[in-house]
Design a binder for this molecule. Structure first.
Ligand code: MF3
Ligand code: CO
Ligand code: CO
Length: 271
């Protein structure tokens, strides 16, 4: 597969899909409290996407990467789960951190975004991990403009995350996105400046760093469901994700909404 460049019609489609994706996360936010199960969150997301947004939850039955069909509409990854946690009937408990990853298809276009949620009061370390991972994502986003290299994005994320004493997961990356859920290019969250492909106007891709408090290594989750991934040392892991468009002068984040967390002060305003 090759990189797809979006024209005006594609950009309009991606803007709508991106906004709907963010609005699902806004909608879910007040429900994410101690006692709710991830299956209940999944059902809320599914029904909102299908009944209110008249859209499609992309993960449901997704088989990308040669996996068996994904059985739910969102991914929910708790504590030491790194990504692709499958919702289940276990209630969230006070002190958990949970990533909710939503991908919506509207008129054939995909929006993909995830946020961290703190369940009740959480430890200082967990809160710091979530905050640093959010900033790490934005350190990557702020690099985006035509002519920079994909390695510049990865380097910015890795440099910041490691400066805070955390590690970057290597096995999963951001991705091109459009009519396809996972398109080229791969957007690594580590790397060296000036390496890899140059990015160009009209590209749309995700930036979605997974950052661990302990070591960078991961393994298959104990559920052996073919999806869930955990840290090898069982340390906490966090992730945030946005979908971005490369504009003539920089970027536009497509998965923002009214209740998105504020953009960090270190990110220069886009003109
Ligand atoms: N939303 C994830 C991503 O950011 C992919 C999930 S694939 C699924 O790329 F099948 F597990 F949903
Ligand atoms: Co993604
Ligand atoms: Co995602």
């Amino acid at each position: 597969m090759t990189i797809t460049y979006k024209d005006a019609e594609g950009i309009a489609g991606m803007r709508l899909a991106g906004r709907l994706t963010a609005e699902v996360l806004d909608y879910l936010t007040p429900f994410i409290k101690p006692g709710i199960t991830t299956n209940e969150i999944d059902k809320l997301a599914h029904d909102y996407i299908v009944d209110v947004q008249k859209a499609i939850p992309a993960p449901l039955n997704y088989t990308g990467g040669g996996n068996k069909p994904y059985p739910k509409s969102i991914c929910t990854s708790i504590n030491h789960q790194v990504c692709h946690g499958i919702p289940n009937d276990k209630p969230l408990k006070k002190g958990d951190i949970v990533n909710v990853d939503v991908t919506v298809i509207k008129d054939g276009w995909h929006g993909d975004s995830s946020r961290m949620f703190l369940v009740g009061e959480v430890s200082i370390a967990a809160r710091r991990l979530c905050a640093v991972t959010y900033d790490a994502m934005w350190h990557g986003i702020k690099m985006v403009k035509p002519g920079i290299h994909l390695g510049d994005i990865g380097h910015a994320i890795q440099k910041f995350a490691e400066s805070q004493g955390f590690s970057v997961v290597r096995e999963f990356c951001g991705h091109g996105i459009g009519k396809g859920f996972h398109e080229e290019p791969q957007v690594l969250h580590y790397g060296r400046p000036g390496t890899l492909e140059q990015i160009k106007e009209g590209m749309t891709f995700t930036i979605e760093p997974m950052i661990n408090i302990g070591g960078k290594d991961i393994k298959e989750g104990p559920e052996k469901d073919g999806w869930s991934i955990v840290t090898k040392d069982r340390s906490l892991s966090a992730q945030w994700e946005h979908t971005v468009l490369v504009t003539p002068t920089g970027y536009e984040v497509l998965t923002l909404s009214d209740a998105s967390p504020p953009i960090p002060a270190f990110v220069p305003a886009q003109v």
